[in-house]
Design a protein around this ligand. Structure first.
Ligand code: ARG
Length: 585
């Protein structure tokens, strides 16, 4: 594996050394290099430096220019405007850099972060005995993409699916199952759909009984106590709910084309044993105090109505532990046992106050400190095409599965229309890749913190910023490469490049920098925007530069090389986002 320095970094280095040669006090100053429309790059850093040195910026810029050797890397550099530098990179440098990336195989020359840490990422956390909805979709899709990008940079990631598998609501369910055995099937005998319909049936029946029958209510309450004290028979029944739910979860995640590992499903219940100790430690350290019988943590800046402080409840007055206690105990485990340096939570923005309080309490306890940071990647709401929170026509929350099925069906129509030589089986397979890709991409191409509209017509459209557009660009390149037959892609750094080739080449070279930026900012939409621009630059290259009918054999193979490099970058980038790129569409 050989990593490649991006052209941006190489130019940056040359500029920085020219700067410090001109003015020793400029050593370490950032030349502030940007991609630009005027030239390949523009450096704006001289302005600030001139101000500090009380020098004329244009003069200083001219001095720097005089110290830059043009040649292999930089073809041309000139002073522009009030003291900017416009830099043009040599054609050969672009081709050589891409050739080195091409030779590196799957990593495309992208280096691994030497100071990588361990990120525990909490995502895709549905609740036991409950249907998954669009909110769970976002957590799964965003979390999976963040993980793909982080892994690629060299970060070690550990997934934690903090499923809701604990709490008082299980008293009612378990008591019902105790009184009506056999209502849930053994996991190996049901598929996802049956599992969920069994769970729904038990839920509805037990709820009805709970609301109507005071004595059942009392028995359900006792069952909660039995569950918390670890009664064997009660735990066995509880386990049936978890197992049946997992069958359902796995079927949905499979539909989502997402790999979930069993050992990473570590729900609230896993922290049950550690919760009393969490409470004891917090109380001993004085982080938590007793208030009206409960154990709570107060915050100066968190107040509710009437300016009353809103506390975080670690332990309720009746001795029970809740959501906060399980999250605090999880932090102790993730930092202490898993050696996390970053805790990342991909959870609905509506839980941001909860995490703010949990993180602050953990900081006071010393469980989070300068070596471990915690971050809640709070995502916005999924809206319907009408801009209101996404609901069915009857006003109910939309079942995730129905939504995915519809996306695949819509994609099938698109694929069928375009398909020339595809069999029915192939159409079905492509439809799944296109439909699920469309759902993921629509989510990932918007900044996670923003709400986004779930609009299937727009999502599977062939024009515009959609995954289908990117998938078609990829498939088109594959067809060009097939047509080339025996003629294989090969880089020719001696060739002059067309403007459209230069633009495409410079963008291809920026892949690694983009992934690093998107990963470190937890911003998958930056990678999505990069890929969309890549496909657009490819389209204009392909419009302007004939590939198989280019002038010389060298130009043909060099253009095929640009095509293949684009395809490899597209497929890699899409796979980091969890989206497939079929070979034919
Ligand atoms: N199961 C929760 C829900 O559906 C999300 C869990 C988020 N993770 C956490 N560590 N609290 O709302």
């Amino acid at each position: 594996m050989a990593s490649v320095t991006s052209l941006t970094d190489s130019v940056q280095q040359q500029l920085a050394s020219a700067l410090s040669a001109t003015r020793p006090e400029a050593a370490g100053a950032d030349p502030l290099l940007r991609r630009s429309d005027r030239a390949d790059f523009q450096a704006n850093g001289i302005l600030a430096l001139a101000k500090k040195a009380k020098a004329n910026p244009r003069d200083l810029a001219a001095e720097v220019v005089a110290r830059i050797t043009t040649g292999d890397l930089i073809k041309d550099v000139e002073v522009s405007g009030p003291g900017f530098l416009n830099i043009t990179v040599a054609d050969g440098a672009i081709t050589r850099n891409l050739a080195a990336r091409y030779a590196d195989g799957e990593r495309l020359g992208v280096p691994l972060n030497e100071n990588a840490g361990v990120t525990v990422i909490d995502y895709a956390q549905p609740n036991v005995a409950k249907e998954m909805h669009v909110g769970h979709l976002r957590s799964a899709v965003i979390g999976d993409a963040l993980r793909g990008m982080l892994d690629f940079t060299g970060e070690k990631t550990i997934g934690r699916h903090h499923i809701g598998d604990w709490g008082t609501q299980f008293g009612m369910l378990i008591q019902y199952l105790f009184e009506h055995p056999g209502e849930l099937a053994p996991p190996e005998e049901v598929d996802g759909e049956q599992a969920m319909s069994n769970l729904n049936r038990v839920y509805k029946a037990s709820r009805a009984l709970f609301d109507a029958d005071e004595e059942f209510k009392e028995r359900a309450r006792k069952r909660v106590v039995a569950l918390q004290s670890g009664d064997k028979e009660t735990l066995d029944l509880w386990q049936q709910f978890v197992d049946e739910s997992k069958v359902y979860f796995y079927s949905v995640f499979e539909k989502l084309d997402m790999e979930i590992r069993d050992e990473e499903i570590v729900g609230e219940s896993a922290y049950n044993e550690g919760m009393p100790e969490t409470a004891r430690l917090l109380e001993e350290m004085g982080v938590a105090v007793r208030s009206e019988g409960a154990l709570v943590v107060f915050f100066d800046d968190i107040r509710g109505k009437d300016d009353q402080p809103v506390p975080l409840i670690v332990q309720k007055a009746d001795g029970g532990f809740g959501y906060a206690a399980s999250d605090l105990t999880a932090i102790r485990n993730r930092v202490g046992e898993l050696n996390a340096t970053t805790l990342l939570y991909v959870v609905d923005v509506r839980q941001s106050l909860h995490f703010k309080m949990v993180f602050e309490a953990a900081r006071r306890a010393g469980w989070l400190n300068d070596d471990v940071t915690a971050h809640n990647m709070g995502y916005g709401t999924v809206l319907g095409a009408d801009g209101k929170p996404f609901k069915t026509r009857e006003g109910e929350t939309v079942r995730l599965e129905d939504l995915l099925d519809e996306a695949v069906q819509r994609a099938a129509e698109v694929v069928r229309e375009k398909a020339k030589d595809l069999t029915e089986d192939e159409i079905r397979e492509r439809a799944a890749q296109v439909g699920i890709g469309a759902v993921k991409y629509a989510d990932l191409s918007t900044s996670p913190s923003r709400d986004y509209k779930f609009d299937l017509d727009q999502m599977v459209s062939l024009n515009g910023d959609t995954s289908v557009y990117l998938q078609y660009a990829y498939a088109r390149i594959q067809s060009i490469l097939r047509k080339a037959g025996e003629v294989r892609p090969a880089a020719h750094p001696e060739l002059e490049l067309h403007e459209a080739e230069r633009a495409l080449g410079l963008h291809l070279d920026a892949f690694g920098d983009t992934v690093f930026e998107a990963a470190s900012e937890y911003a998958p939409h930056k990678l999505a925007a990069y890929l969309y621009q890549l496909a657009s630059l490819f389209t204009s290259f392909y419009d302007k530069c004939p590939v198989l009918k280019a002038d010389t054999p060298q130009q043909i193979t060099n253009r095929l090389f640009l095509c293949d490099m684009t395809a490899r970058t597209l497929t890699k980038g899409m796979s980091l986002l969890g989206i497939r790129t079929p070979e034919r569409l």
